[in-house]
Write a protein that binds this ligand. Structure first.
Ligand code: PEP
Ligand code: MN
Length: 471
């Protein structure tokens, strides 16, 4: 529960990184008041359900798959783009179920991932220094749209709501119905051994699905799934406006979960009527980025008061002491699954850095309390000699594989992966079974921020992780 010295605006009393400076503050005020009267985008019931799922992840009973674009654009609010991303995440989750024998919790970096932290406030384009692109919620990518525009906050709300509306309607209309045949598209896999491995997994999944259909007709629960949304909670003006004091739902129940260790379910009956909590209703899950997790700064102050499950990026610049201080500030009640630590060190550094972070957390009062999630993307960004930002598939897999091994060695549980991906056939990351080379990058490089795994690379990563988990 939020402490009495907190409200959704107390972050304003703290120093802040990556804060926008709007040219006309009165326009900001009117945009924010427009947002503040809009209905929540997500409901506390859903937020609590996700929290219950993440509690299971922390306990090693489920696995978390989180993925989507680095920078979601308003333009991605379009039927095809939304469907292809959901289908990809669902297909990946099926592969991961096969490998892990666990339920998969799915969270999209979707329906709100519009704000980007930048290392420099300006960049040089065609010899001209202009403000950097900071994500569609702040300014536009086009060089003539770089001035910050507060009306974009309101647009972001509408695009989030429209995206989530289509996610919900696709799912309730059967986009996830596994009675339909799936296209595993393995034609591009050139290495015969890998092709055999992936085909064996795909065949095994198909056979299991057919078997379930035969024995249980249409009551397999395969027609529908749960899907949650997330974004980096960077722009606190937006997050504050959508943070509401709402009634805490009764103990969440979800059919597949044991529900036994629920702090909600175990709470003593209250005599004072329903309890109310602050929910950030912009998404089910939001996270603090690598550049804004300073313990005494505004983002941590904001995040410590909301009831949502939250993530914290952890990397080479996170001192051990900060990690524990963050957990104590953000989760003083030690709710299991409340915090997801999203580790992103890079393939070369993970061996040096992850074990000490695991020992610090698991050796403290937060033992078995956090979700450990691997983000193998953000520590592995490189530039080609031609200056194109990319990532090597092999580095991404290497960090993920090492992270899995290290958790096993340390006796902790890697509970999830956090990926930048798209359902489209982009050419932004090098390698994978299609063997994308530097010369191929220009074929279909469409990201406005970090390079994403394309649909084949993302599915391949799921196959590799599933294969690893199954042994
Ligand atoms: C991101 O997730 O897109 C991002 C900016 O990551 P990080 O904060 O870890 O650098
Ligand atoms: Mn990114």
């Amino acid at each position: 529960m939020a402490s009495p010295d907190w409200d959704p605006s107390t972050w304003r009393t703290k120093p802040i990184k990556q804060a926008p400076s709007y040219p006309d503050p009165s326009k900001l005020t009117s945009a924010v008041s427009e947002l503040a009267r809009m209905p929540p985008i997500v409901h506390p019931n859903e937020i609590q359900r996700l929290k219950a799922h993440l509690r299971d992840v922390a306990a090693g009973k489920a696995f978390l798959l989180q993925g989507g674009d680095c920078a979601e654009l308003f333009d991605y609010c379009e039927q095809g783009a939304i469907e292809s991303k959901i289908k990809l995440l669902l297909q990946m989750s099926l592969v991961l179920i096969w490998g892990s024998n666990k339920r998969i919790v799915r969270i999209g970096r979707m329906a709100g991932q519009y704000a980007k932290p930048r290392s420099s406030p300006t960049e040089v384009v065609d010899g001209r220094e202009i403000p950097s692109f900071r994500g569609d919620i702040l300014n536009g990518f086009h060089v003539d749209e770089r001035e910050l525009d507060p009306q974009r906050l309101v647009k972001a709300y509408h695009y989030s709501a429209a995206t989530l509306n289509y996610i919900r309607s696709s799912i309730s209309s059967g986009i996830a119905d596994l009675h339909r045949p799936l296209d595993w598209g393995l034609g591009h896999v050139r290495d015969p051994a890998l092709k055999e491995k992936y085909s064996a997994i795909a065949t095994s999944i198909q056979q299991t699905l057919r078997f379930l259909q035969v024995i249980n007709s249409r009551q397999t629960g395969l027609e529908s799934v749960e899907f949650f949304t997330s974004h980096e909670g960077l722009l606190l003006e937006y997050e504050q406006a959508l943070t509401r004091l709402l009634e805490k739902p009764a103990a969440p129940t979800h059919p597949e979960s044991s529900g036994s260790a629920s702090p909600v379910a175990d709470a003593p009956p209250t005599t004072t009527g329903p309890q109310r909590e602050y929910y950030d209703t912009s998404a089910h899950f939001i996270w603090i980025g690598d550049r804004t997790r300073q313990i005494d700064h505004a983002h941590v102050e904001f995040f410590r008061g909301i009831a949502n499950p939250i993530g914290v990026k952890v990397g080479p610049t996170t001192p051990i002491d900060d990690l524990l201080a963050l957990l104590r500030t953000l989760n003083p009640d030690r709710e299991p699954g409340k915090i997801t630590l999203i580790t992103r060190y890079g393939a070369k550094r993970v061996r040096d850095l992850l074990p000490q972070h695991i020992r610090a957390v698991e050796g403290s009062e937060y033992h078995r309390c956090v979700v450990w999630q691997c983000d193998p993307m953000h520590g592995n960004t490189v530039s080609t000699p031609a200056g194109i930002k990319t990532r090597r598939f092999n580095d991404i897999y290497a960090e993920l594989q090492d992270t899995l091994r290290i958790h096993k060695e340390e006796g902790s549980y890697l509970g999830g992966v956090h990926l930048e991906l798209t359902g489209d056939a982009v050419t932004e990351c090098l390698g994978g079974s299609e063997c994308l080379a530097e010369d191929d990058l220009s074929t279909n490089y469409t990201s406005f921020c970090d390079p994403r795994l394309n649909e084949k690379q993302a599915l391949e990563l799921a196959f590799l992780v599933a294969d690893h988990l199954s042994h």
